[in-house]
Write a protein that binds this ligand. Structure first.
Ligand SMILES: NC(=O)c1ccc[n+]([C@@H]2O[C@H](COP(=O)([O-])OP(=O)(O)OC[C@H]3O[C@@H](n4cnc5c(N)ncnc54)[C@H](OP(=O)(O)O)[C@@H]3O)[C@@H](O)[C@H]2O)c1
Length: 268
């Protein structure tokens, strides 16, 4: 049986709490949060605290707190030489105070408190400063049904950067599409099968191969019409920027020029 103490009560900590609670061979010994009201409703199921001096002994302390507070909170922990992990994609393992054995338990997924997640689908990036803790971290991920990956801080930061593109930026584009369709009283739901298919397609082929649309086709007429349709200057700038990026990736202008030359030569 592994004992876990959770620190933080935001999106990640709340999901970790629920997942650890369901997991076999895991006991959540305590749940700490700076703001007690966020965890008080769980006090019948777990010992809830807002005072670091009350922290008990546990196999691991998982700090799912804001990136900026990780270093200070790890320094404030009133014990030494125990296993302490953070859950951030971008904070170095070395930001954790040296007085404890350090680790990272980064679940590469997007978490919102009220949106369900399936932990069996989540890769967990693990890192340790003491090799002897690696198996423990992997086992902890496995207990949640997750797949552990041994990842360095540099690799994790690269993954986090990529995650911003695939998740945050893509979601902002959904937001813009939502705004555009809403403005014309068109239900955003009609676009949902396309969103699903876009995500599904890259499971089987590269994003390069999966690309379609007017930019890749160099369909100038459609691009011109779209730009005329867009009311917001900000959305127009994003459209133009991404169109140029797709064209560059697919070498559109060169392909089309060469294609036209070939056509002319052969008389087609
Ligand atoms: N959300 C995601 O999709 C996601 C995915 C993977 C990893 N992560 C990482 O997981 C960690 C937590 O993210 P989150 O989305 O769960 O954050 P969040 O919802 O914003 O929650 C932040 C938590 O940090 C606590 N906190 C903030 N400043 C503090 C301080 N100075 N001292 C003590 N506690 C403090 C907050 O306590 P109060 O309630 O008192 O404010 C709250 O419990 C971050 O490192 C983040 O990068 C997030």
């Amino acid at each position: 049986m592994k004992s876990v103490i959770l620190l933080g009560a935001g999106n990640v900590a709340t999901h970790l709490y629920k997942a650890f609670k369901k997991a076999e061979n895991i006991t959540i010994k305590q749940w700490y949060n700076r703001t007690y009201s966020d965890i008080s409703s769980y006090s019948n199921d777990v010992e809830t605290i807002d005072d670091l001096s009350k922290l008990k002994n546990a196999d691991i302390y998982i700090m799912a707190v804001s990136d900026d507070s990780i270093a200070k909170l790890s320094k404030d922990l009133p014990f030494e030489n125990r296993l302490v992990a953070h859950t951030s994609g971008s904070v170095s393992i070395h930001d954790l105070d040296k007085k404890n054995q350090r680790a990272v338990f980064y679940p590469l997924q997007t978490f919102s408190k009220n949106a369900d997640v399936d932990f069996s689908e989540i890769p967990i990036c693990v890192e340790v400063t003491e090799k002897t803790n690696l198996q423990f971290m992997k086992d902890l991920a496995n207990t949640l049904g997750c797949t552990p990956h041994k990842i360095t801080t540099e690799q994790r930061q690269t993954l986090h950067l990529s995650a911003v593109f695939v998740n945050n930026f893509t979601n902002q584009l959904y937001r813009i599409a939502h705004e555009i369709s809403d403005a014309k009283n068109i239900n955003f739901d009609i676009l949902k099968p396309l969103i699903m298919e876009t995500a599904r397609k890259v499971q089987d082929m590269s994003p390069y191969m999966a690309q379609t649309g007017p930019a890749k086709r160099n369909d100038k007429k459609t691009i011109k019409r779209h730009l005329k349709q867009i009311e917001s200057e900000e959305h127009k700038a994003i459209y133009e920027f991404l169109t140029a990026s797709i064209k560059k990736t697919h070498g559109v202008s060169t392909i089309y020029k060469n294609h036209r030359k070939t056509k002319n030569k052969t008389g087609h």
